[in-house]
Design a protein around this ligand. Sequence first.
Ligand code: NAD
Ligand code: MG
Length: 346
Amino acid sequence: MTDEFTTQVYYEDDVDESYLEDTTVAVLGYGSQGHAHALNMQESGIDVRVGLREDSSSRAAAEEEGLEVGTPAEVAQVAEVISVLVPDTVQSAVYEEIEPHLEDGDTLQFAHGLNIHYNQIQPPEHVDVTMVAPKSPGHLVRRNYENDQGTPGLLAVYQDTTGEATERGLAYAKAIGCARAGVLETTFQEEVETDLFGEQVVLCGGVTSLVKAGYETLVDAGYSPEAAYFECMNELKLIVDLMYEGGLSEMWDSVSDTAEYGGLTRGDRVIDDNARENMEEILEEVQSGEFAGEWIAENQVGRPKYTQIRQAEKDHEIEEVGERLRGLFAWADEQEEKPAEAPADD
Ligand code: NAD
Ligand code: MG
């Protein structure tokens, strides 16, 4: 543990893995996170079972890896730690199936706090409720573990009946490789609210809207779609890689002085006070539960709005231009295949 940070960060030496000894862990779902948690834990020597529907197409993939598979109810019955790694939108339905099998002192474990924080799942008082949330897509949780590396993770305890929830959560984090990179202590509330805000405003929503708006501004002004694509989308990766490696400074150091001066004087005109006010408004919608309510309602009526805006995004001109240009890259044919992920069958 180190106290140089404002929050507690745990590493492998801080973890006592004996807290998962003689423990069976049920992993519900075998998608992005599920397959990674199950396989990493299996290799860490933990007794793992995978919970999937009878007709799930992921069953064969899990069994091929030597994992024992049952229905969510069956594996929840034998396990002391039940890790809920089905999609957030089906978790409350799957929870109904396993609730009768939650015994005194069991742990209900999540990788995202949405359903607990917004009361879609209300666990009984006699179980621990924890979250170990890798800050990374599942295929990297798996790939990094295989390469003797790890992905950072968050640990939160919502309910601690046994008095050992933190220790067990840490042992779980170590078993999936997160303690190799650092496990940050947080709360369900902080994880959910920062996660939703981050993906809406910066990572997924903000950045795609920035790219599209930049692209459209250039194309509308008569520049070629190809030039606009390279400028506003393709180069973004190079810039983000520099920020990832060495922070904003390394990025500014690597671009030309002209780019640095122009960026530093113009960036705040794009993300101006108005944009910041919108960010605050979006944060309030997250904090009040308004966003969660909207998303839950959207799912209850069969996702009509989601289906429509998802298609509109796929149909954006930048997608067609980009696909064509990427296909012409000299190395396009030999490009590495996408990392193998367990098939999603939802
Ligand atoms: P996913 O969509 O990749 O996979 C879910 C799996 O659940 C499916 O493959 C299937 O095996 C199973 N499943 C689907 N519907 C089911 C049903 N009705 N009954 C039983 N099983 C069903 O999900 P994911 O992205 O791995 O997300 C799992 C959890 O991890 C979520 O809480 C999510 O917020 C969290 N999380 C995901 C990521 C990520 O990178 N994807 C990162 C951090 C946290
Ligand atoms: Mg996220």
